[in-house]
Ligand binder design. Structure first.
Ligand code: BGC
Length: 886
């Protein structure tokens, strides 16, 4: 009997994905073993088009001798469109014993050659001349007959604008905000829906609503709209297989009808206006009389490339009941959700026809307890609903989301507010992979705030904030937060998609727009923002061990580095152009958003860092020529950096925390100068009363640098600082998300100025990386956590901490707990087919026990060796219970 099995099969990181258009999907699996130290010696993959694997396999990999169990590219015969492929896996251990075959999983292709296969027409409504009518959403419909029993049906759909698809009156599925946000004029996603259970023999109806969304709606802060186009349109193609093997294909064509309906306005920032009296019952059901509906206009095919959705869809992931209902001093009725959240409110009411209900959404109350929307700038975040009357009626928005904790309601009696109103939390439905907790409840709240910041701002693209008239894919924010986000959730398909848009929007000279998808209002080319082009793919590779993202992004990464190289007249310094600098740094001059660290120092530091990562990428991809080129360039940038920004005796010439942090984090200083600069950083923080002065650029690395250079105790003190400025200041002020400013709400309850004050901005949440790595002690030694570093830095400030991370190889967990301040118990779990180096802070290994047994006698423990500060040893997969003195 073998005691190991193969489980958790994935295709491009997802389980059983429907509708992918990848010719070489990457297959991964996990191994569960009862024995310690499991290493896979070989695998075999079988792919078939039927679940039982009875007929001949489409692809049999044969027995492949390798430890690799992640990202194995399908390499059988060319895949066919619209086909379901089942696959199963078995593996061998190092004793040549095979596991059983895994349970089968599958992937299903969509269109591998979309231009040839997607034949449906693009439909739009005839232009509406009256300005008031232009805001109204479109309702499109058709009916068709199906002569036999339906075995399988798939709907493929997309739109310019946002759409909702209904089949026989039912939503095609539970996904929201389709087709998502891409650089629409270059790449447009279509979705695949399994509608088998919704299509019936006989007459069927399809309905589709289309709203402005990101394509045509208002974006950014100037009150502009139609950044991508002015005509909403939709394309739908449904393939229905009957039990006699025949296929019916239903497509959008000139016979469809279009009308307006109750949804009179829907805008991402501004909310919705819905007059339920205008509802046409049954409009998406068969038999509806659509005689007064207009004929559709067949629209030109967009030029963008159609791609199958690769990211997880957005969904309602949680429903929150209101905490309380408040009557504010100004007399407003306000629901408090108890959590700053992103999504919308669903409500049910019984009211007379024509009753006007309004819901306004805000993140905070002002210091007097009144409803406050100043920080939303022009975003209205207001839902207006006119009641139909009669029986209970319910509403939730279609194409608009709000960032809020407080909802000011008019038109509803108070008794209906708590039971019949609920907050629907909406974001890209990413798998949660990490958790962190410790003995300090304020830090635990901070971790929750980081997670909520990620949930609220990962709605199809990584945004800066989800509430004001912005909500854009700011590259700098994404870059600083990606590593933390990758602990919390499986973020690869989400970022792979966004990075493809980054590459698509990059100009031919390599400059990267500040926001992706690009909108002309935002600009381009700032250091630390544009570096997302390099840092994000590299981080994904590190965290998930998959070279695909590096291959796909390589040209974009290189173009960004070459762009930096061409700026100004010194090839090795970047001292020209516009930069955000250390955005919101606290050492900023009066009336400036930028900290005092010189912009050319930051720009050159990131130039060096991105060039270093590009050289490493070239090496990973076996591109020796480029590797040499960029190693060389990196050396020269280092030397220019030292000449320009480091004094001859080795001090960083600009004595700011961010300058010290970047110089140390990116290894810009000579080895001999590093300890002294680290000391100067520590002194700077201490002289500031254990306070940071860093902004967006310095903060994410601050604690990592302190820990790396032996100042973990100071890093803990910074973390646990509750006075402004600090991570816990906002927590003490009652924050439930991460704020844009350290003092978004000041001690006296007053606010930062309205023009830039988000209460849901994940950038400073980048401290999460340090929590997992240093407090929890889970870090990587080799890409994809094939080799893991377990090194919790146990502090006098905490009595216990626990971190867990579901890596691509399986679950890694560490928890440590002090007993009477004399000993520590540390539980560690490592997944099969990985190794870990464990470092514990005791000098004699003889003082360490595993389940009571001295370390060198424990099965699964190897290479025990003393280090400068502690003891290091290796462990194979399995669960361990270590004890050692403090
Ligand atoms: C955004 C930031 C962004 C910045 C550029 C702001 O408006 O909210 O998070 O990175 O602009 O400095």
């Amino acid at each position: 009997m073998n005691n190991f099995s193969v489980t958790n099969l994935r295709v491009n990181y997802r389980r059983n994905p429907l509708g992918i258009d990848d010719y070489k999907p990457r297959l991964s699996w996990e191994i569960i073993s009862e024995k310690r130290g499991f290493i896979q010696s070989a695998y075999q993959i079988e792919v078939a088009t039927e679940k039982g694997f009875q007929s001949e396999a489409t692809w049999d990999s044969g027995i492949i001798t390798t430890e690799q169990n992640i990202h194995i590219e399908y390499s059988g015969p060319t895949l066919k469109s619209r086909t379901r492929y089942y696959f199963r896996v078995r593996v061998w251990d190092n004793q040549e014993t095979a596991s059983d075959w895994s349970d089968p999983s599958f992937w299903e292709t969509a269109f591998l050659t979309p231009t040839e296969e997607l034949k449906a027409n693009w439909l739009t409504a005839a232009p509406r001349l009256n300005a008031a009518d232009q805001d109204k959403c479109d309702y499109l419909r058709t009916e068709f007959n199906i002569p036999g029993k339906v075995v399988s049906a798939r709907a493929y759909a997309t739109s310019l604008g946002l759409y909702r698809l209904f089949v026989n009156g039912m939503p095609a599925d539970d996904t929201l905000f389709n087709p998502g946000w891409t650089s629409y004029n270059k790449r447009l996603q279509y979705q695949t829906y399994d509608v088998t259970s919704l299509i019936q023999q006989g007459v069927n109806a399809i309905g589709c609503m289309v709203g402005n969304g990101w394509y045509k709606g208002y974006l950014a802060w100037e009150g502009d709209k139609e950044f991508f186009g002015s005509r909403r349109s939709v394309m739908i193609q449904i393939h229905i297989t009957l039990d006699d093997g025949s296929e019916s294909v239903i497509m959008t064509d000139g016979s469809w009808r279009v009308s307006t309906g109750p949804l009179l306005m829907s805008e991402l920032y501004h909310g919705e206006y819905y007059d339920a009296r205008l509802e046409r019952a049954g409009w998406a059901l068969p038999g509806f009389a659509a005689d007064d509906w207009e004929k559709v206009v067949v629209h030109a095919v967009p030029e963008s490339v159609l791609v199958a959705q690769e990211n997880e869809p957005a969904r309602v992931t949680e429903i929150i009941k209101p905490d309380t209902v408040i009557i504010t001093p100004q007399g407003d009725t306000v629901i408090d959700m108890g959590q700053n959240m992103v999504g919308w409110v669903r409500f049910s009411v019984t009211a007379e026809a024509g009753t006007v209900i309004t819901l306004e959404h805000a993140e905070v109350l002002d210091r007097d307890g009144n409803f406050y929307t100043g920080n939303l700038r022009s975003a209205k975040q207001t839902v207006t609903y006119i009641c139909r009357g009669g029986e209970e009626e319910s509403y939730e928005p279609y194409f608009s989301f709000q960032g809020f904790r407080y909802v000011k309601v008019t038109g509803v009696s108070r008794d209906q507010l708590t039971n019949q109103f609920s907050g629907h939390v909406i974001h890209t439905d990413l798998e949660m992979t990490g958790s962190f907790r410790c003995s300090d409840e304020l830090v635990n709240q901070l971790q929750q705030n980081i997670i909520w910041g990620q949930r609220g701002n990962f709605l199809d693209i990584p945004t800066d904030c989800p509430q004001r008239d912005e909500r854009l894919g700011w590259t700098g924010d994404a870059q600083v937060f990606i590593r933390t986000s990758a602990y919390n959730m499986n973020v690869v398909p989400f970022f792979e998609k966004w990075l493809k848009d980054l590459a698509a929007d990059q100009e031919t000279d390599g400059r990267v727009p500040h926001v992706i998808p690009d909108i002309p209002a935002a600009g381009y080319g700032s250091s630390a923002w544009g570096d997302a082009a390099v840092i994000c793919p590299w981080t994904l590779y590190q965290c998930y061990g998959d070279t695909r993202v590096l291959e796909t992004q390589y040209a974009s990464m290189k173009a960004w580095v070459e762009y930096m190289r061409r700026q100004g007249d010194n090839e090795y310094l970047w001292n020209t152009g516009f930069h955000f600098g250390d955005w919101l740094g606290l050492d900023a001059k009066e009336n400036s958003y930028t900290g005092s660290t010189p912009k050319d120092l930051i720009a050159t530091a990131f130039f060096a860092h991105s060039t270093d990562l590009l050289a490493k990428t070239a090496s990973t991809l076996n591109n020796t020529e480029d590797e040499k080129e960029y190693r060389n360039l990196h050396k020269k940038i280092l030397s220019a950096f030292r000449t320009e920004f480091v004094t001859p005796s080795g001090r960083v010439a600009s004595p700011t925390q961010t300058a010290y942090v970047l110089a140390l984090m990116f290894d810009l200083l000579e080895e001999k100068d590093r300890p002294r600069v680290a000391k100067m950083l520590a002194e700077h923080i201490e002289e500031n009363g254990i306070h940071l002065t860093t902004g967006f650029v310095g903060t994410p690395y601050l604690n990592l640098v302190l820990s790396r250079f032996g100042y973990t105790d100071l890093a803990y003190k910074l973390l646990l600082q509750t006075e402004y400025p600090s991570w816990l200041f906002s927590v003490v002020q009652g924050a439930t998300t991460i704020w844009e400013h350290w003092d978004g709400i000041k001690q006296d309850g007053s606010f930062w100025s309205d023009n830039m004050n988000s209460y849901n901005h994940y950038a400073y949440g980048a401290i999460g990386d340090w929590l997992y790595q240093v407090v929890g002690g889970i870090d990587l030694k080799k890409p994809g956590y094939k080799e893991i570093l377990i090194r919790p830095q146990i502090s006098e400030h905490l009595s216990w901490a626990e971190a867990s991370y579901n890596s691509i190889h399986g679950n890694i967990s560490v928890s440590w707990k002090k007993f009477n301040e004399v000993s520590v118990e540390m539980l560690v779990t490592i997944p099969a087919n990985t190794l870990a180096e464990v470092i514990v802070p005791v000098s004699q290994y003889t003082e360490i026990r595993e389940n009571g047994v001295q370390l060198d006698q424990v099965i699964g423990v190897a290479q025990v060796k003393p280090m400068e500060s502690g003891c290091s040893f290796n462990i194979g997969s399995g669960s361990y219970r270590f004890t050692f003195p403090i």
